[in-house]
Ligand binder design. Sequence first.
Ligand SMILES: *Cc1c(COP(=O)(O)O)cnc(C)c1O
Length: 420
Amino acid sequence: MMSHGYKPELSVGSIKCPIFQTSTFEFETAQEGKRFFEMAYGHRKPAPNEEMGLIYSRINNPDLEILENRLCLWDEAEDAAVFESGMSAISTVLLEFLNPGDVLLMSSPVYGGTDHFSKSVLNRFQIELVEFSATDDPESIHERLRASGKSDRLAMVYVETPANPTNTMIDLDAISALARQYDSADRKVVVAVDNTYMGPLWQHPLKHGADLVIYSATKYIGGHSDLIAGAVLGKREEMTRVKTLRTFLGNMTSPYTGWLLMRSLETLKVRMEQQASNAEKIAEFLHAHPAVEQVYYPGIQRRNDPQLDALMQRQCKSNGAMIAFDVVGGEKEAFALLNSFKLVKLAVSLGSTESLAQHPATMTHVDVSPEDKRKMNISEKLVRLSVGIENVDDLIWDLEQALSAIGAPEVQDAELEAQR
Ligand SMILES: *Cc1c(COP(=O)(O)O)cnc(C)c1O
């Protein structure tokens, strides 16, 4: 992550890759400009040893290219594309691989923006959504597809695992095998996985049959709550299509954001490992606390669930750093807890150096239907915690004092009102 893909001699010996804050690049000759454009527009394939040159920052830029080469290493992908947000990565993939009349099979719940895009935007292009719950087995997913009467139009399977906020795991090998059964002679069903929650260290969907891995790089990859970005990775063939649509939507990251992400990548492993180690200890603490009813964290849940344990061993290298838990009580008690934190920040987003807590039922998942909320255990008493890299004893101290404040919610409300 420090040196891959960067040659200091091309940048006056600069140890770090500079910010190439430029819109366009000078060609040495007109013939060179002609060659670059032929390759950029796919009019001909590069000759052996012929490298694509720099043209224009919407098409290519060194900060983006080096960042993309480094991102490929974690997932062992052939190519990557970085975007100005996770949502632009997701919407570009959906638009590139779906056509009017197609069916999109999607796990539920997914990120709120993804949910909105597939229900309220894709439907304008006659793209039909078939949803399955993260807890459904493959047979009932087949059944849903058959019931739609359009299983022959299945074009994409889109999965988010672990499902946010309750960490429900989906078996990627099983989902990829399911997709293969709907391939036809003239087209392959594309399997896309939003890997924001576990990646790029802890889960590698391409190794479990996925065609595309998607990230909100705003989360672990950026990791400092100071930028918005996204990434897509996969095989050369699919990525050429993703990058071509990106060129024409113009939703690539800026050189400065690319540079910030490269800086973040240098500490990605140490940050994520510290976050996971803190999360293990915090989950134990919450599990033992009388004001906590239930903890949704694979490290706790897999102990009494051999099937989950086997899946985690096959698919994930860690239990992650996202914990959801039910407090004893309801919204009032959950809010009392959230209002009492002194170190943990009350904010959405995740995967950052500082710990963040929020209330999914009224915040990130407010748009989920009451029925789906019930199915996914997204209740009024649920709190989601993204564990940061702080001293774990400080975090446990903060949780302890905030949990003890639940006892006096009325005083809490009155005090807060008075402060306002
Ligand atoms: C945040 C998030 C997104 C959206 O990413 P942005 O960078 O905010 O556009 C998509 N999927 C998941 C799982 C996320 O957490």
